[in-house]
Design a binder for this molecule. Structure first.
Ligand code: PLP
Ligand code: SF4
Length: 374
């Protein structure tokens, strides 16, 4: 079927059948990725639409029908909409913004392999994702066409890791590794598992959020074979915790794969303690442990999402003690030029007074605590 015919099908009154809706291939095929269709859905004016076409030349977009269905179409500030619908803000120039502020290119020992920390390495398997987050830190990878690492590139990556015995933790990232077919993913996992010093494999994927249908029997069957695998996903707002997302996470957990979450702190989306608490409690309910809360990186095309660092500290301060410790992520700022992640905490240690430390409790009461000398 031609793309046009598919669009006609979606845009006539024929709703998808429930088996189509729950088929990830259908969800991917029927993504909204052209401005005209987007404009009809959100009633953009002719000028808005023309301007957006310029934005997406640089930063393309795609939205699965599932993720689109979570948007309240009448609300221009809807937290799902802000994450996936392109905006003119992406073209604005901001201070101190770069394409690759973290220096990933500099820390790439090979195409697709970032080796920054002593004992772990990160592989970018593809630049494709089911939906393109407008706040993506690897937005620089979008303009030059879609790719999946070629077999020769993968061979070089396996060889490097084999030769570097200090690498005991390999992170599969992208893009979204679950864009690969189950067979291709299996080949990657199988090759990594042949390297004895690789103790754990981590996968970063936003499929539970964008395309929960992707977590099917075949994929679970593959993942199960190569444990220990730790999976980190990326929920940013409580609205994303749907029945479908919960079911996808449950399948992953039942396969013996622990689930963590990496949230990006985003202005107007999740930048208050109440929303963050609701999100993190919701994650615990579906078995997902909040891992990191990231300060939004100073990346070109994403600066309108950035808050102050103090905002992140204020959110953590508003959570610690007020809700389950398991729900509280570590707030991190990713350092520039490969400095690595910098964890930040509100300051609870007020000062030292001779053999006492002055500490502050979560309710802000300061108390003296005897502090023996070492
Ligand atoms: C974040 C990151 C890691 C993993 O860091 P952890 O703190 O172990 O989760 C590894 N490599 C790169 C390049 C990273 O950005
Ligand atoms: S899922 Fe991750 S890699 Fe993909 S667009 Fe979003 S932030 Fe970028």
């Amino acid at each position: 079927m031609s793309t046009n015919a598919e669009e006609m099908l979606l845009e006539t009154d024929e709703p998808p059948s429930s088996s189509q809706w729950s088929d990830w291939r259908w969800q991917l095929r029927n993504r909204i990725s052209d401005v005209d269709r987007l404009s009809r859905i959100f009633s953009f004016s002719y000028t808005e639409s023309a301007n957006l076409k310029k934005v997406i030349n640089k930063y393309p977009f795609a939205i699965t029908p599932y993720y689109l269905s979570l948007i309240d179409k009448g609300n221009p500030k809807d937290p799902i909409r802000l994450q996936c619908v392109p905006s003119l803000e992406e073209e604005k120039l901001y201070f101190e913004i770069q394409d690759d502020p973290l220096g990933e290119e500099k820390d790439s020992v090979l195409p697709g392999l970032v080796h920054r920390y002593p004992d772990r390495a990160l592989i970018t398997l593809t630049n494709m994702c089911p939906v393109y987050c407008r706040h993506c830190t690897r937005k620089r990878e979008w303009p030059n066409g879609k790719w999946i690492r070629k077999p020769q590139e993968m061979e070089a990556i396996y060889a490097y890791i084999s030769q570097h015995e200090e690498v005991r933790d390999v992170i599969l990232s992208g893009g979204d590794p679950f864009i690969l077919s189950a067979g291709r993913l299996e080949s990657v996992l199988c090759n990594l598992r042949k390297i004895a010093h690789v103790e754990i494999i981590r996968i970063g994927t936003r499929c539970p959020v964008f395309l929960p249908q992707r977590v099917d029997e075949e994929l679970i069957g593959v993942l199960k074979k190569y444990r220990p695998i730790w999976l980190n996903t990326h929920f940013n707002h409580p609205v994303e915790i749907t029945k479908e997302a919960g079911e996808a996470c449950d399948k992953i957990l039942c396969a013996g794969i622990p689930l963590g979450n990496q949230t990006v702190l985003l202005k107007g989306i999740n930048d208050d303690a109440e929303t963050m608490t609701k999100l993190c409690r919701g994650l615990l309910r579906i078995g997902v442990r909040p891992y990191y809360l990231f300060q939004c990186d100073p990346v070109s095309g994403t600066a309108h999402f950035r808050t102050s660092i103090e905002k992140g500290l204020e959110i953590i301060k508003g959570m610690r003690g007020f809700t389950s410790g398991l729900a509280v992520p570590t707030f991190v700022v990713d350092g520039l030029e490969g400095q690595g992640k910098v964890p930040l905490q509100p300051n609870y240690a007020v000062s030292r007074e001779k053999s006492y430390m002055l500490l502050k409790g979560y309710r802000d009461d300061v108390f003296r605590y005897y502090n023996p000398e070492d």
